[in-house]
Design a protein around this ligand. Structure first.
Ligand code: GDP
Ligand code: MG
Length: 162
């Protein structure tokens, strides 16, 4: 079976945009507002000849209400089925309470985690990644899912971790 890479994080951090970047096509659905369901969440992907599945967990955000209470269940299900977790945080917003919630769960899990600081669209915003050390998941990998910045380096890290 192909290794499964789950992209997790709270709504609007750019998970679907990142999944699109990884796939090199606009397959996942990107919405301005959080809470959008989609037909497919699992996509075959390839980088440097290695094949894997990318799981966009955004479909599970459809009940924005009660999210804080539900987030652990949802993330646990995604993490349990994954060989690697790509945990996306919006670097322009910083770590919020729900990000901390994810981080706690991921630190306890035995699945390897790559912390991604998304929306680092330019050099000036690189400094924002340092604020994410507090999540206790090591150094964040800065990317701009929108512009593709850093995504190649991230995929190198994904392959190395699989
Ligand atoms: P999701 O809810 O985590 O799947 O987030 P989406 O991929 O739907 O993106 C939410 C919003 O953030 C959209 O308006 C995206 O265009 C925007 N976004 C995603 N990635 C980036 C990025 O790298 N830079 C900027 N500036 N905006 C981004
Ligand atoms: Mg999404």
């Amino acid at each position: 079976a192909l290794p499964r890479v789950a992209v997790v994080g709270r709504p609007n951090v750019g998970k679907s945009t990142l999944v699109n970047r990884i796939l090199g096509a606009r397959v996942a659905i990107v919405e301005e507002k959080p809470g959008v369901t989609r037909d497919r969440t699992e996509h075959p992907a390839e980088w440097l000849g290695r094949h894997f599945l990318v799981v966009d967990t955004g479909g599970w955000e459809h009940q924005a209400e009660g999210m804080a209470a539900r987030i652990v269940d949802q993330a646990e299900a995604a993490v349990a089925a994954a060989d690697l977790v790509v945990f996306v945080v919006d670097a322009t917003v910083g770590a919020l309470e729900d990000d901390e919630r994810y981080a706690r769960l991921l630190r306890r899990s035995r699945v390897p985690v790559l912390l991604v600081a998304n929306k680092v669209d330019n050099d000036r915003q690189e400094a924002l990644v340092h604020e994410l050390y507090g999540l206790g998941l090591g150094a964040a990998h800065p990317v701009s899912a929108r512009h593709g910045r850093g995504v190649g380096d991230l995929l190198d890290e994904v392959l190395a971790a699989l």
